[in-house]
Design a protein around this ligand. Structure first.
Ligand code: GLN
Length: 198
């Protein structure tokens, strides 16, 4: 499977390593032609407003939006989740997302940088072992629309969700060395979505 990591800002290298550990050799995406060459995309954690502004400067914003709306499998962590949400609360003025997931997220909902935390949380991928989740100025999901499955929650707030082709987490599995979430994206979300298209 050809997977790209959006490489405009954020923890690109960590997603790269996690994907390689799952047997996928990804490419960096900074140009339209690079986007056109991949089947699935990972949007890293970082700063969602910066990533969306850079995506516009690099003429990638609309092409990414179009690919997502045509069913390209995507995984977004933290800022990546914000960029995949159809609705953002506490957004900066003019902040736009690629969208695709019918959810409403609140930016920085778990507090400021100093309130970043780690927690072992249940993840609904059929295995009983909890996932170590790192939250850094993380968003949570306030509203879930149609076709969204909740995979993990913290204090009754969804922090991992999926639709048919999109996976999003408020936390950063790319920082822990536990590749279960990336494997779930590749094996369950992306492979399933791509098989349906073929
Ligand atoms: N708070 C950041 C934002 O709104 C996300 C933080 C992160 O990705 N760790 O974009």
């Amino acid at each position: 499977m050809k997977v790209g990591v959006l490489a405009l800002q954020g923890d690109v290298r960590e997603h790269f390593s996690a994907l390689i550990a799952c047997g996928v050799y990804p490419t960096t995406i900074r140009r339209r032609a690079e986007l056109d060459a991949v089947e699935a995309l990972v949007i890293p954690g970082g700063e969602s407003t910066t990533i969306s502004q850079l995506a516009k400067s690099f003429d990638l914003f609309q092409p990414i939006r179009d690919r997502i709306s045509h069913g390209m499998p995507v995984y977004g962590s933290c800022a990546g989740m914000i960029l995949l949400a159809d609705h953002i609360l506490d957004a900066k003025a003019d902040q736009e997302s690629f969208g695709g997931l019918d959810i409403t997220v609140r930016r920085n909902a778990f507090g400021r940088q100093v309130d970043s935390f780690e927690s072992d949380i249940a993840f609904a991928d059929g295995t009983p072992t909890p996932v170590r989740a790192v939250f850094i100025r993380a968003p949570w999901i306030e509203k879930i629309g149609s076709g969204i499955e909740i995979l993990a929650e913290v204090d009754a707030h969804p922090v991992a969700v999926r639709s048919k082709s999109i996976l999003a987490t408020s936390f950063h599995p790319e920082l822990t060395g536990d590749h279960r979430i990336h494997r779930y994206f590749i094996e369950e979300v992306a492979r399933g979505a791509l098989q349906q298209v073929q």
